[in-house]
Design a protein around this ligand. Structure first.
Ligand SMILES: [Zn+2]
Ligand SMILES: [Zn+2]
Length: 407
């Protein structure tokens, strides 16, 4: 329609060159208003609130959105640096072109079908908060970097420049000297970032490896001799056998031994905030992951005993417990899985957050949190394991299936 109007104007203007120019100017003004509207920023207070939210997320990540926003920004930043300018053609950083970078490490590195609206959201956040803007130039759309991301942890800017191999050669680079104001470490994750930014003054938190606590290591001590149990594979499957075999023939089943460990330590229910894969709104996902519990206290064992597929939808009694407690956890049907299972659902759009998507990303988030000592913040509660909350028989059935599945 716009085109036909323009053509009409052109025909008309052949007879009236002056009015053509005037109309062209008006047309341009209208276009400018639209462009301006596109780039309209939020009110100061809203920007401030969003910035604080992002800053908190950088320190204690509980979802992907903030990370997506940051990656989108650095993709644009890289695009500009290639053009040695503070801007680049918007098509150079189209959602399609940057999707693999934005989604790297999430959803098995495969951007979901909804990536377009997710990355659009990221660009809108950046625009509304004044970090980037769009402009029409010579009939092409350009995207501009306007200021540094001022909610990052110290050192993150440098980390991204390095990670994305960005050469800071453009003129605007002087504006991008991010001031580092050391504050008290909120947790080891930010401690690590301080360390990366300034290793001389900030110690590496990973060097402080905790001595294994005697209480939990005794759980693998042999009942009979001074040896300890190791995982062995026999013709009837895996089991715990004494390290002094064949001198000592003491054995334990994996089900019995792990059950007594959980009975002693409890079983964590984890909770993380992620964007819904469908509508993008922030939601809470909840699940148990015995593998994460074990990884935290028994990392050696966890490496050899893979219980990672035990999660929401696997242990009936725990599923019932969570479903009764949280209204967004209920039986859902998955086409991909072709069946029903207990799952988290989005309270906004009701879509199922299935095992192949959200819960897998939740598992990865928790593994990352574990590495950064941020795991305690993701523990919603610790269930006491008793015959009523989780019977030994049910646990044994699950473990038997898991071990069989692994061959
Ligand atoms: Zn022994
Ligand atoms: Zn949703």
């Amino acid at each position: 329609m716009v085109l036909s109007v323009t053509v009409e104007f052109l025909k008309f203007s052949l007879h009236a060159p002056l009015s053509f120019i005037i109309i062209l100017i008006i047309y341009w003004k209208i276009l400018c208003v639209f462009v301006e509207k596109d780039n309209k920023m939020w009110p100061e207070q809203k920007i401030q609130n969003q910035k604080e939210y992002f800053a908190a997320q950088r320190k204690r990540p509980t979802g992907n959105l903030t990370e997506y926003v940051v990656r989108t920004y650095y993709c644009i930043y890289k695009g500009c640096s290639i053009y040695k300018s503070d801007s680049c053609p918007a098509r150079e950083v189209s959602n399609y072109k940057i999707k693999n970078i934005v989604y790297e490490g999430f959803y098995n590195n495969r951007p979901d079908h909804d990536y377009n609206s997710v990355i659009n959201d990221c660009k809108n956040y950046l625009m509304n908060m004044g970090y980037i803007h769009l402009e029409q130039r010579d009939g092409d759309e350009f995207i501009f970097i306007d200021k540094p991301l001022d909610f990052l942890n110290p050192g993150e800017h440098e980390t991204y420049l390095k990670k994305y191999n960005i050469q800071e050669t453009f003129e605007a680079q002087n504006q991008f000297d991010v001031d580092i104001h050391p504050v008290h470490n909120e947790n080891a994750l930010s401690a690590l970032l301080y360390h990366m930014a300034d290793p001389e003054h900030f110690p590496d938190p990973y060097e402080e490896i905790q001595a294994p606590d005697t209480d939990s290591s005794s759980f693998l001590s042999c009942d009979i001799c001074d040896g300890h149990y190791v995982i062995r594979h026999g013709k009837n499957g895996s089991f715990f056998g004494c390290s002094n075999y064949p001198r000592c023939k003491s054995t334990k089943t994996i089900a019995d031994q792990t059950y007594s460990w959980f009975a002693q330590h409890g079983l964590n229910i984890y909770e993380v905030e992620v964007p819904c894969w469908k509508c993008g709104k922030s939601i809470q996902l909840r699940s148990y992951f015995p593998q994460i519990d074990l990884s935290k206290d028994q990392p050696e064992l966890a490496r050899k005993l893979d219980l990672s597929i035990i999660r929401l939808g696997t242990i009936n009694t725990l599923d019932q417990y969570l479903s009764a407690k949280h209204k967004d956890i209920y039986m859902g049907y998955s086409k991909q899985f072709n069946g029903e299972y207990m799952a988290n659902h989005c309270p906004h759009c009701q879509s199922l957050q299935g095992t192949n998507r959200a819960v897998e990303s939740m598992y990865k988030l928790l593994i990352d949190a574990l590495k950064g000592y941020a795991l305690p913040a993701c523990i919603a509660e610790t269930l006491t394991v008793t015959e009523t909350s989780l019977s030994k028989r049910e646990w044994k059935d699950v473990i038997t299936k898991v071990l069989k599945y692994q061959g």
